[in-house]
Design a protein around this ligand. Structure first.
Ligand code: NAD
Length: 330
């Protein structure tokens, strides 16, 4: 029988199994490694496709790429279905499809919803690990939506934080952050945005805002800020003048200047594309990160497909080794 007619074993990993097999530490390592590979040009994200499909108000798209170092090839497909809440489903839906880079054959189908939150939290956590002051004590959270508790838990593991302050446009969702802090026996306070900046050593913004929520003048020297919400043209979370004061880092420069938080600072001429450093260069010790306790470091976490592929690949491996994957013959 020609090779092409032989059966193809495909690993299927459900959302529930993903939650059982992969946690924050594995996600952190996978995301850190892929950022490092991207900076060495050993891993590439392909152009993103994102379209309004004219049905169910949905935005649908593909994020794909290839990591030559990790030998991970594939795509994350899905998008945003605003009516899903009525159906008791998450509005963001995604599935990761992995292919064998040696043959192009389908390798794994992996639920992408939990992994998206996990890899996004890993991204800001990697930025904190590499860029925040070692003596950071207060974490400020801007945003209290679905992603926020993942962000909070991952961030808290990076430094010896002693307390958390938080603000959200919709205060009714702040108790979900308070609950995590209570579980971890950490003091938690809701504050206004100016006080949040005055008190925080590390700030994470994870909102769907379309205007600056934080004024540059409020952010004190030494702060590390991870801007994680802006992943689309027109979205915005911080004052673009902050970029002119900060040392700026990102997951991928092309995305940062077009659809990330930096789009506004670039458009107003406050910084140039060449001012933005891929965090992989810091991980690889090819470029400096924080250079003094007074630096403001700003990480523009735009979210790249390779992050999804990296965590999905690890989830698939772990699910197989723990006998939790379903195997289908195609
Ligand atoms: P969510 O809908 O659960 O929560 C949205 C959050 O933004 C809430 O805190 C809400 O109160 C707040 N918000 C909504 N409208 C606002 C406004 N106009 N001004 C200020 N705050 C506002 O969403 P989520 O899943 O928590 O995601 C939050 C954001 O992160 C989204 O914009 C999403 O697209 C983005 N995101 C980014 C990445 C990445 O890799 N960078 C990955 C996943 C999600």
């Amino acid at each position: 029988m020609p090779v092409s007619d032989q059966g193809n074993a495909v690993t299927v990993v459900s959302e529930a199994v993903c939650e059982q097999v992969i946690g924050r530490q594995d996600a952190f390592t996978a995301v850190e490694n892929v950022f490092a590979a991207m900076a060495k040009q050993n891993a590439y994200n392909f152009p993103v496709v994102r379209e309004a499909i004219g049905h169910a108000d949905a935005l649908y798209g593909f994020k794909s790429g290839f990591d030559r170092e990790g030998k991970v090839l594939g795509l994350k497909s899905g998008g945003y279905w605003p009516g899903n809440t009525r159906l008791n489903l998450t509005n963001h839906q995604s599935t990761v499809v992995l292919f064998d880079p040696d043959t192009g054959r389908l390798k794994s189908l992996v639920g992408g919803n939990y992994l998206t939150a996990l890899r996004t939290a890993a991204s800001s956590a990697v930025s904190i690990a590499h860029l925040a002051r070692k003596d950071a004590k207060v974490l400020g959270m801007v945003g209290a939506g679905h992603q926020s508790t993942f962000q909070l838990r991952a961030a808290l593991e990076q430094r010896d934080f002693e307390s958390v302050v938080a603000w959200n446009l919709h205060p009714e969702t702040l108790p979900r952050l308070a609950a995590v802090c209570e579980e971890l026996s950490l003091p938690f306070e809701t504050v206004d945005r100016k006080e949040l900046c005055a008190r925080s050593d590390v700030i994470i913004t994870i909102t769907s805002a379309f205007e600056a929520l934080l004024d540059s003048d409020w952010v004190k020297p030494g702060t590390h800020i991870a801007c994680m919400g802006t992943d689309t043209v027109g979205k915005q979370e911080v004052d673009p003048r902050l970029f002119a004061r900060a040392r700026v880092f990102t997951d991928e420069v092309v995305q940062s200047v077009t659809l990330g938080e930096a789009q506004h600072a670039i458009a107003s001429g406050l910084i140039r594309e060449t001012d933005i450093v891929p965090i992989g260069d810091v991980i690889n010790n090819a470029k400096p990160g924080r250079t003094s306790d007074e630096d403001i470091t700003l990480f523009d976490g735009t979210g790249v497909g390779l992050q999804d592929l990296a965590v999905a690949s690890v989830a698939a491996e772990l699910a197989v080794s723990e006998n939790k994957a379903q195997i289908l013959e195609l």
